[in-house]
Ligand binder design. Structure first.
Ligand code: AGP
Length: 624
């Protein structure tokens, strides 16, 4: 059956998994498969290979080439025709060799690799330690190896099914056991797992590129399923052991398309990964009664209560996230917040003290301007918090408090999913601080918390606007003058919309506070100028609509992004209205950014520009 295999809203995959069973040397197939998954970024790698009842493994921080130098040294020290391999994008535990996968049980009988997050790993680890298990790493994954050890008398597939049942969160597992030669068992619960069907050999992987060079026959492992992979058979069962009829498909992608999950570019893939990036960032951070949970970040109740002022320092898109954070922290936690461009912060002699909290926001965690700002803050005795997407980054290492977004590696130079993940985490921080400081009860915070919970679904809805934004990009492909206007929390959303148009489509665009236009910039409005108005904050809609009518009155073409309930009113002062899901608790401004991302993406694509690596830009700006 010919199917163009398209993964919509595919998982924000953080790690790479490869499994192989067949007649060929497993080390070659595993290393080759891991190399095909390199594009997503990782900090360590490893593999385990079975041969005649023995398991051999190697893992280390660094690149696949370093691993190959050890494994493929010609000494045949890694014989064996079945095994598992892994590239790790650290989420729990720093990027060190002991934290690299595979992980093992106490006896070395079981080798396991994992993609995702085991939410309840702390209590499972405590239970296992109580039963005498010793741990060699501080990862969530190792817990699964010891759980399988507890079930050493069960068939491996049944033990893996039990692990999926007991672990909460997102798991894709691949496991081998010394006493089960020629068998790789996989398990899927919330993280992707696919099978490559070869002739006399089979593959298991977190993503298609790992095996597409060897076979185009593939199967998707469904949710809550276990798969037994042997060289001549693949058997899928549900968690109670009932066999499931797998559906084989042909992959139509070439290698390059496969690395992008079927999307034409990493940028578009990452725009569509935004729902999953938010879901994974919030995973395990909202308790059963709706309370924000930031355990393990260093932000304890004492610090939360003691802070008397917050300073946010960031650059570019992260700066816009910081501006939005100001609204959350001041509105909910009643803490005064100042937001600075990192490159300006330390030159204005900010007044800091030990009760100051300086939050550095940086997806890379390596931006020199932001590192300089937080180092200055530490020197002034302030507490420093990091909001970053890279575990073990310089910013994370130099902060007292680390709030990790879990958007997965972001390959596109222009930020998308890391920004949305920052927004979600910063709003959760605002609610957490409000509750810790006694300004809000958990019950009073339930509205904004539920709005955050629904954010992934709302993001899926606004992604449906892509065709409309493509139509506008075609209509305005020759326009050279754009304004993006907003008030309150919609103002940073407008700034981000303008930045995306500049950096992706190389078009001059100004983000401006809508109320400020009449103090000068309105002189630029004339026929041919396109004005995007972000008007999701319902309290200010009438002021916003009157600002936009001033633009329209002077010949500007006005496009208003507004909650569905205000579409009729907005239509009076707009040439076009883009409806968004109802705003709830600052979520509207976050949602408004997505159609603006898509507009800039489509305009850049129409112009034939490289949306993954725009000219003059770097993914990490390590110079001041
Ligand atoms: C993002 O689209 C921009 N390319 C850029 O402004 C970026 O946001 C800025 O350089 C900050 O990067 P950081 O989040 O890694 O610190």
């Amino acid at each position: 059956m010919r199917v163009l295999f398209r993964v919509r809203g595919s998982n924000a995959i953080m790690c790479g998994i490869v499994g192989y069973v067949g007649p060929r040397p497993a080390r070659e197939l595993l290393l080759g498969g891991l190399a095909r998954l390199e594009y997503r970024g990782y900090d360590s790698a490893g593999l385990a290979i079975g041969q005649n009842g023995a398991l051999r493994s190697v893992r280390q921080v660094g690149k696949i080439a370093d691993l190959a130098a050890v494994v493929d040294d010609g000494s045949e020290s890694f014989p064996g025709s079945y095994g598992v391999g892994h590239t790790r994008w650290a989420t729990h535990g720093a990027p060190t060799t002991p934290n690299a996968h595979p992980h093992f049980d106490c006896t070395g009988e079981v080798a396991i690799v994992h993609n995702g997050i085991i939410e309840n790993w702390v209590e499972l680890k405590a239970w296992l330690e109580g039963r005498g298990h010793g741990f060699a790493s501080d990862t969530d994954t190792e817990v699964a190896a010891h759980l399988i050890e507890e079930m050493s008398t069960l068939p491996l597939a049944q033990a893996v099914a039990e692990v999926l049942s007991r672990c909460e969160g997102a798991l894709a597992l691949a496991v081998i056991r010394r006493s089960d030669p020629g068998l790789v068992v996989g398990g899927r619960k919330g993280s992707p797992l696919v099978i490559g069907r070869g002739s006399g050999e089979n593959f298991l992987a977190s993503d298609i590129p790992a095996f597409i060079a060897h076979t185009r026959r593939m199967m998707v492992v469904p949710e809550d399923r276990v798969v037994e992979v042997r060289s001549d058979s693949v058997r899928i069962t549900d968690l109670s052991g009932v066999e499931q009829e797998p559906e084989e498909q042909d992959v139509e992608w070439d290698m390059e398309a496969a690395e992008k999950g079927g999307y034409p570019t990493f940028m578009l893939k990452e725009i569509y990964e935004q729902p999953q990036a938010v879901a994974e960032t919030l995973l395990g951070r909202i308790g059963p009664t709706g309370e924000p949970m930031l355990d393990g970040t260093g932000l304890n109740a004492e610090v939360a209560k003691d802070v008397d002022k917050v300073f946010v320092v960031a650059c570019g898109t992260s700066y816009h996230a910081g501006m939005m954070a100001k609204y959350a922290l001041e509105r909910w936690a009643k803490i005064p917040v100042e937001v600075d461009l990192s490159s300006e912060f330390r030159y204005r002699d900010p007044v800091l003290n030990p009760r100051s909290l300086v939050i550095g926001i940086s997806q890379s965690g390596e931006t020199a301007d932001t590192l300089g700002a937080v180092r200055y803050a530490r020197g002034q005795g302030a507490k420093v918090a990091a909001v970053t997407n890279v575990v073990g980054s310089s910013l994370a290492r130099e902060a007292h408090i680390v709030l990790q977004t879990r958007a997965g590696p972001e390959i596109g130079v222009a930020a998308s999913k890391t920004f949305i993940a920052q927004m979600a985490l910063l709003q959760l921080l605002g609610l957490h601080m409000a509750i810790e400081r006694g300004v809000m009860t958990t019950a009073q915070a339930s509205g904004p918390v539920n709005a955050l919970r629904s954010l992934p679904d709302r993001l899926e809805e606004v992604l449906e606007l892509s065709d409309e934004m493509l139509e506008l990009a075609n209509r305005w492909r020759d326009v050279r003058d754009f304004f993006f206007l907003g008030r309150s929390v919609d103002y940073p959303a407008a700034l981000e919309g303008a930045l995306k148009l500049k950096e992706l489509a190389y078009v001059r665009a100004e983000g401006y506070a809508a109320g400020e236009m009449k103090h000068g910039p309105i002189a630029l409005i004339e026929p041919g100028v396109v004005v995007f108005g972000v008007a999701t904050d319902r309290r200010l809609r009438s002021k916003m609509f009157s600002n936009l009518s001033e633009m329209k009155a002077r010949g500007g073409t006005v496009v208003t992004l507004v909650g569905e309930e205000d579409v009729g009113e907005a239509a009076v002062t707009s040439d076009l209205v883009i409806p968004l899901p109802e705003d709830a608790a600052l979520i509207g401004a976050v949602l408004a950014v997505v159609p603006l991302q898509l507009f800039s993406y489509h305009l850049a694509t129409i112009k034939g520009l490289n949306v993954d690596q725009p000219r003059n830009l770097a993914k990490t700006v390590t110079v001041e």
